[in-house]
Design a protein around this ligand. Structure first.
Ligand code: ZN
Length: 337
């Protein structure tokens, strides 16, 4: 008999490899243990506390991560708020399993019957990766191997062309030994030129400038927020009411607001602290909000993962799409366990 616990030798936690949709980084996420789930459960007193503990818990459950991410701060700065959804998804599946019972209410008002259905989250998985890096192709391949119906022909073309070049390069090397004809080299070179893709900025350093419809001197500069931005915002403005959280998520995507005076007499005004941005943002004409939101979604927000499935009502045949918000499901499961 021993009174000292040195850890179970026979216990292995399941691990799930995930590639983040926006930054294309590969992480191995292991399932959570009892103590981690409890820590999350008790963190849920305020949303900002829950965010902080969630980020920390995911970080501590990483079995494998890219080489350039060594400290917690690196993790926060290199992972976007959208990327975190993929990590939460991996954590959910390894901790609570892939199967999920859902109660769906028919949206047809004349029917409105509820029905219980069991779904596999992995079957609902969809990804729209940000097209920036070589890992994006891996992530795309991962997604398309899960869901064959989700293939995007334009992405397939990029991938196939790149594979063609890799093959050509290999052939080229062999041909060199055999003294290639000059036209062969030419055709290979020409081929390489054709596949050159425009350089796309990585999503974290990308900035998009919008000139406000109501003033030609006010500019909103948008960015994709990282977990670091999220935590910084939470520390400066520890919002806890629903409407405050909603506005916080809107200004989180604003890198800075500038008023450019177009005269040498006055220095342009640049607002970049969260508490000042929110003050300025609240004074903008309400009509200008839409362009900020639409531009953000087009440039950043549309890249990410989602869990979606078609559903047909057994009672009336009404068709609908079920969508699972992984973070809220994750917390729901944490509370139940
Ligand atoms: Zn129905």
């Amino acid at each position: 008999m021993s009174s000292v616990f040195r850890g179970f030798k026979s216990l292995k936690y399941p691990v799930f490899t995930v590639i983040t949709p926006q930054t294309g980084l590969q992480f191995d996420v292991r399932g959570l243990n009892v103590s981690e789930v409890d820590k999350l459960k008790h963190s849920m007193v305020t949303p900002s506390k829950a965010t902080e503990i969630l980020n920390r818990t995911i970080w501590e459950s990483l079995d494998g991560k890219p080489e350039h991410i060594t400290k917690y701060e690196d993790f926060l700065k290199n992972v976007t708020t959208v990327d975190r959804e993929a990590l939460v998804y991996a954590s959910y599946v390894t901790t609570f399993g892939d199967k999920r019972d859902l109660v769906i209410e028919c949206r047809n008002p004349r029917c409105a019957k509820s029905d219980k259905t069991t779904v596999l989250l992995s079957k609902m998985f969809n990804i729209v990766p940000y097209p920036n890096s070589s890992s994006f192709k891996t992530s795309y391949k991962m997604a398309s191997s899960i869901d064959k119906t989700n293939n995007d022909p334009s992405l397939d073309n990029i991938i196939n062309r790149e594979e063609m070049v890799v093959n050509n390069t290999k052939k080229n090397k062999v041909k060199f030994v055999e003294e290639p004809k000059s036209e062969d080299i030419e055709s290979v070179n020409k081929n390489e030129k054709e596949i050159e893709e425009p350089v796309i900025e990585d999503i974290i350093s990308k900035r998009i400038e919008i000139q406000l419809p109501s003033s030609d001197q006010i500019y909103i500069i948008l960015k994709q927020p990282t977990l670091y931005d999220l935590e910084r915002m939470n520390r400066t403005l520890p919002f806890n009411k629903t409407e405050e959280i909603a506005i916080a998520s809107e200004i989180l995507m604003i890198d800075r607001i500038e008023e450019r005076y177009n005269t040498s007499k006055q220095i342009d005004m640049v607002l970049d602290a969260p508490e000042v941005i929110i003050e300025a943002y609240n004074t903008l004409p309400a009509g200008d909000r839409q362009i900020i939101y639409t531009t953000f979604n087009e440039e950043f927000g549309k890249y990410g993962m989602s869990l979606k499935s078609d559903w047909v009502c057994k009672n009336c045949g009404e068709k609908d799409t079920i969508e699972v918000d992984i973070t809220s499901y994750f917390f729901r499961m944490v509370m139940q366990s």
